[in-house]
Design a protein around this ligand. Structure first.
Ligand SMILES: Cc1ncc(COP(=O)(O)O)c(C=O)c1O
Length: 394
């Protein structure tokens, strides 16, 4: 175990996350090496709001989907030219403040005709040119129908301050099917060609959220090289010759994260061995985990091997029978005070939990970089949020 981690484990009384900057950078380099030259990367901040600064020089763009994410990126002084303000609901006041701010030079997506009208109205009100991507629906509540986009494109002359850059499309997450990628890319290619042929609109850009997958569990197989090679071949075969920006969250960020949680109690109830941890499902969520049936990649810090014929059920501290993190888990000889390290937890795991249940603290978050560990959030007392202060309003 390295010395920084040893010191941190001695210091932190609760569970915590560590995100590794070098792992992130290596991951970006890996993806670039396995994608066609010139393809740009856009990091979807929702995957992990703690790491945008580490990616500042690694990706061309940041996809921002809420006022909170926008605020985080601005406080981190991310260059606004790298920002895409996206999201199914755009708070009008927040959008207006961005348009009114002349130093803001980001792109906006339009996910509905009313979002498009809001943007056009603000462009006119402030006399500013706005760059807009039109989001095509993936048959969900996100984006617009192809016909809505066609109408906007057809009538684009009525909004001379709104520069239409092209189309954004999000596939979904944890996508492993090359067939599906081919179908989607062919559909997008046909659509972009239709906009060109029927409306003389040559899109500069296609921003595509591919939902590249991550392997989280033991025994899960993912031939990423083959997937990226097949995907790259489809990209190279497109008629569309403009800029391609891939919007990625999970696939970029997952590998950089580790979640450390202490074993705080051990017992055997009716023949079942339980290890209780100070973390739990309010702080650690794995995509695809159901009833704790799958085994995430994890280890006991400083220990190896497994005790034969002894399996463990690892439970969190939520006083909910659902708070089971892993079942049927072989472990080395463990004792109270040992620390479990859950791997690949750099995307969504830390934010998708039911964090306010039981008013437990939010975990501290550290970034490992430049040979040290940097605290980006101290353990946070949710009782500050949950405490019912009575304030007379009327
Ligand atoms: C529009 C958009 N782009 C990108 C992403 C990131 O997806 P993933 O983390 O699967 O790469 C999401 C996730 O919800 C999204 O909604």
């Amino acid at each position: 175990m390295d010395r920084d981690l040893e010191l941190m484990l001695g210091r932190e009384k609760n569970a915590f996350y560590v995100f590794d900057s070098a792992a992130l950078k290596n991951r970006c380099a890996y993806l670039r090496a396995h994608l066609p030259a010139g393809v740009q990367l856009c990091y979807a901040v929702k995957a992990n709001p703690f790491i945008p600064k580490e990616l500042e020089n690694e990706v061309e763009r940041f996809e921002i989907c809420s006022p909170g994410e926008a605020d985080i990126c601005r406080r981190l002084e991310i260059d606004s030219r790298k920002m895409v303000i996206s999201g199914v609901y755009k708070t009008p006041e927040v959008i207006e403040a961005l348009v009114a701010d002349e130093s803001f030079e980001g792109i906006f997506t339009a996910e509905s005709t009313s979002q498009y009208e809001l943007l056009c109205g603000l462009a006119e009100k402030y006399g500013r040119r706005l760059k807009v991507l039109l989001r095509l629906t993936n048959d969900s509540q996100f984006g617009m129908n192809a016909e809505d986009i066609e109408l906007i494109v057809k009538e684009r002359g009525t909004h001379p301050l709104t520069d239409l850059l092209g189309v954004q499309f999000f596939s979904g997450t944890q996508k492993t099917s090359l067939k599906k990628y081919r179908r989607e890319l062919e559909m997008l290619d046909r659509f972009l060609l239709k906009l060109k042929n029927e409306y003389s609109f040559e899109a500069e850009e296609l921003e595509y959220g591919t939902g590249f997958p991550v392997a989280y569990f033991k025994g899960e197989e993912l031939d990423e090289e083959a997937l990226l090679a097949g995907f790259s071949e489809f990209l190279e075969g497109l008629v569309f010759g403009g800029r391609i920006v891939l919007e990625l969250g999970r696939s970029l960020a997952a590998c950089c994260g580790k979640y450390y949680t202490h074993i705080v109690d051990i017992k055997t109830n009716k023949g079942v061995n339980y290890a209780l941890i100070d973390g739990g499902m309010h702080q650690l969520v794995y995509f695809g985990q159901q009833m704790a049936m799958k085994q995430p990649l994890l280890s006991v810090v400083g220990k190896s091997g497994t005790v034969q014929d002894k399996l463990w059920t690892v439970c969190g501290s939520l006083c909910s029978m659902n708070d089971i993190v892993v079942k049927q888990l072989p472990l080395p000889e463990i004792e109270v005070g040992d620390v479990l390290c859950f791997e690949n937890t750099g995307a969504y795991c830390m934010t998708e939990g039911i964090s306010l249940l039981l008013s437990r603290d939010l975990p501290a978050v550290y970034i490992r970089k430049d040979g040290g560990l940097f605290c980006v959030r101290q353990s946070f007392e949710t009782r500050e949020i949950n405490f019912p202060k009575y304030e007379r309003m009327l």
